[in-house]
Every structure is written in structure tokens, then in C-alpha cells.
Design a binder for this molecule. Structure first.
Ligand SMILES: NC(=O)c1ccc[n+]([C@@H]2O[C@H](COP(=O)([O-])OP(=O)(O)OC[C@H]3O[C@@H](n4cnc5c(N)ncnc54)[C@H](O)[C@@H]3O)[C@@H](O)[C@H]2O)c1
Ligand SMILES: [Zn+2]
Length: 350
């Protein structure tokens, strides 16, 4: 099964397949001029072992982690690839989570002014989020993803068999983004999440990708459009502030911080009379998927001032309005809210 979407006149093609079919495809398509980049945590998987054996001189193995997305690493890998030999027809195949995918996409988009990239996401988050939409990038010492390009992979192959070896905590982080899609857009996804049957993972991934693609039709974000990419930030305004606040560094993963951010942003939606249902329903779902729900430790009278500071810094505004994503009867929408009001609402909620 394939999903195709035109983004800025380029075709974004996502194909779903089982590992045996993927293996056949890759073994017959990959050539000796291509480069393969693997996450170290998947090298014991049969398919990867075969590829490492077949193309020993064309493989690079990296341990996926946020820290690999830096300019020094980019520089050393790009020189390594150039030394191995690249041509205009070289294809970069990347197998890994979102960090390895973001870095590989940036490498592919800049080597020889752009060679083709085939992405095989292996974490749940990468399958439903980072491999979709064509954003590549690395971090600057001043912030995340500040260096990067818009560059669509030639193909994305989604194979949920890779999830068998993914740690439980990483699975939960992928679900945080999936639960986000179910709130901003997909009622069908919401129903599947409540049902929680293991057999539904492929359906869940497909509906998540379709939800993300709904909000991605051009590379530059159009705030005015009702399908703006900005709506994908539900849970992320407060979630990011929690994630990045120095007091708790290392404690929370991105998806876990977004879990808390979604609860708070849904509570705001409810307090402002946009969200008609019970916020407790969301809390139940988050718990089911092993995500944290206890935000009091992170958002309380003591921490609110520094969280607000973080939010205004992220959005580059002081004493002004910010755009926040709220949930109404028909899903996600963007609402302007003053920093003062946000502060007072957070103080009411905690
Ligand atoms: N480009 C985009 O549009 C976009 C969107 C969302 C997130 N992102 C980026 O994605 C990154 C997060 O991605 P992530 O959560 O996948 O992180 P990650 O790449 O660090 O992977 C998480 C962990 O899972 C391991 N792993 C991956 N696949 C595995 C498998 N099949 N079996 C066992 N272990 C496996 C990795 O080694 C790593 O330890 C962030 O850097 C974020 O900025 C990008
Ligand atoms: Zn996110």
C-alpha cells in the first residue's frame, strides 16, 4: 500500500510493507555506488546483517541520539562519505530513528547539492512523524533544528516489523504524537486508540501519517491556513517549555513532555469553553500508552514563571500574544493568547 502527497510540486511517496518484501526490494535495488547509514541498535536484525555483509565498504553505523545532530558530526560523516566515493546517482539509504533520519536527510540534501534519500524509519516516532513532511536538520549550540533544509526523501518505506526491538519507553514516545493526531484531526484514530488492539498498529501508523500530511502541503508554514503546520504543535508550546527547562534536564523524553503539554493545553481549551468533553478521557488514554500524566511536579506556582520565560523565549516574544493550539469540537485550531492570560490560566489549572 502506498500514500502519495504533492508538497510544493514534489511527490512525497510512503510505502508500507512487511520486512521480507522490504528485504527483496532493497537487495535488488541497492548498488555499490550507494551509501547505507544504520542505527547501531538495529544491526542485529536479519535484514540489516545481510546488508552490512553485502555492502561492507558502503555502510556507516551510528548510535542514534539527539547528540548526533551536530555540525561536527555532520562534517565528519560528510567527509567520510565523500572519501568512500559519491556520484550524482548515489542514493543514501538511512535506517533508524528520527535523529539519524534528520541527520541523513540533511547529509543527502547537501552532498553534491543533493543526492536521493531513501528513508527507512525504525522507531515509532520516526514512522509517524519525523520521516513525514520533508524537514531535515541538525542542532546549533543555540537551539534544536536551527540548521537544516526542506528536502523530501525519494521514498519512505514503513515496516512496522522494526518495532519489535524498540524499547517500551520509545514506543510510548511515538504514541504521544499519535494521540496528538487523534485530538487535532482523526476521530478514526481516536477510536482505534481506545480499542487498543495490538493488531491495529499498521492502521494506526497509516492514519497518523495521513493526519500529519493533512497539515503539510507546502514547506513554508502558512499560519493563516486552517490546515497550517502550526496545528501539529498541539501540546508542544507548554511541552517544549517543560522539556527544555533546565531544572529537569534528562528526566523527560520529548514524547513524555508532550504528554504533559497536551493535558495542560487541553485543560486550557476546556477552561476557555472550546473543548466540550472531559479532559480525563485524554489522561486515561495517555496512561494506557505508558505516558506520564502527573504534571504537578513540573508545573506549579514555583515553576510557572520560568516556564513562561521559556515559552516567550521560544516564540521570541515578550509581553505580547502568542499563538497556541487549542482543541475545539472539530479538532485543532490556532488561538492568539496574551502571555499574561496564559500565566493566569496556568495558575488556575495547577
Ligand atoms: N524532521 C521532522 O519533521 C521531525 C519531526 C519530529 C521529530 N523529529 C526529530 O526526531 C528526533 C527524535 O526521533 P526518535 O524518537 O526516533 O529518536 P532517536 O533517533 O534517538 O531514536 C530513539 C532510540 O531508539 C533507538 N532505535 C531506533 N529504532 C530502533 C529499533 N527498531 N530497535 C531498537 N532501538 C531502536 C535509537 O537507537 C535510539 O536509542 C528528534 O531529533 C526530533 O527533532 C524530526
Ligand atoms: Zn513532537
Amino acid at each position: 500500500m502506498k500514500i502519495r502527497k504533492i508538497i510544493d510540486k514534489h511527490i512525497h511517496e510512503i510505502e508500507f510493507l512487511k520486512i521480507a518484501r522490504l528485504e527483496k526490494k532493497l537487495i535488488s535495488n541497492i548498488s555499490n555506488r550507494d551509501i547505507l547509514i544504520f542505527d547501531r541498535n538495529i544491526v542485529e536484525i536479519g535484514l540489516i546483517k545481510k546488508l552490512l555483509k553485502k555492502f561492507p565498504k558502503r555502510c556507516i553505523v551510528i548510535k542514534g541520539h539527539e547528540k548526533i545532530k551536530n555540525i561536527y558530526n555532520y562534517s565528519s560523516i560528510i567527509e567520510k562519505i565523500i572519501k568512500l566515493g559519491v556520484q550524482r546517482k548515489t542514493i543514501i539509504y538511512s535506517f533508524g530513528g528520527g535523529t539519524l533520519g534528520d541527520l541523513s536527510g540533511f547529509l543527502a540534501s547537501t552532498i553534491l547539492r543533493g543526492v536521493e534519500h531513501v528513508m527507512i524509519p525504525t522507531s515509532l516516532l520516526a514512522m509517524v512523524d519525523s520521516s513525514i513532511g520533508g524537514k531535515t536538520g541538525i542542532n546549533s549550540k543555540f537551539g534544536k533544528n536551527l540548521i537544516g533544509t526542506f528536502y523530501l526523501p525519494k521514498k519512505v518505506f514503513i515496516c512496522s516489523d522494526f518495532l519489535k526491538s524498540l524499547p517500551k519507553r520509545e514506543i510510548a514516545c511515538g504514541y504521544a504524537e499519535i494521540i496528538k493526531y487523534s485530538l487535532i484531526y482523526s476521530k478514526q484514530l481516536h477510536k482505534l486508540l481506545i480499542k487498543r488492539s495490538n493488531g491495529d498498529i499498521n492502521k494506526i501508523i497509516k492514519l497518523s501519517i495521513k493526519s500529519k500530511l493533512k497539515y503539510v502541503s507546502d514547506f513554508r508554514e502558512k499560519l493563516k491556513s486552517k490546515n497550517s503546520r502550526a496545528i501539529l504543535n498541539f501540546g508542544h508550546t507548554i511541552g517544549h517549555a517543560i522539556e527544555n527547562s533546565n531544572f529537569y534536564k534528562g528526566n523527560l523524553k520529548h514524547g513524555e513532555a508532550i504528554s504533559l503539554g497536551m493535558i495542560l493545553e487541553l485543560k486550557i481549551s476546556s477552561l476557555l469553553n472550546y473543548y466540550p468533553k472531559r479532559v480525563d478521557n485524554l489522561i486515561e488514554i495517555l496512561k494506557k500508552y505508558n505516558l506520564p500524566v502527573d504534571y504537578n511536579k513540573y508545573v506549579n506556582r514555583k515553576t510557572i514563571p520560568s516556564l513562561i520565560k521559556k515559552i516567550t523565549f521560544d516564540k521570541k516574544v515578550v509581553n505580547e500574544d502568542i499563538n497556541i493550539v487549542l482543541i475545539g469540537k472539530n479538532g485543532g485550531f490556532i488561538k492568539k493568547i496574551s502571555i499574561r492570560d496564559l500565566k493566569s490560566i496556568l495558575n488556575q489549572i495547577k
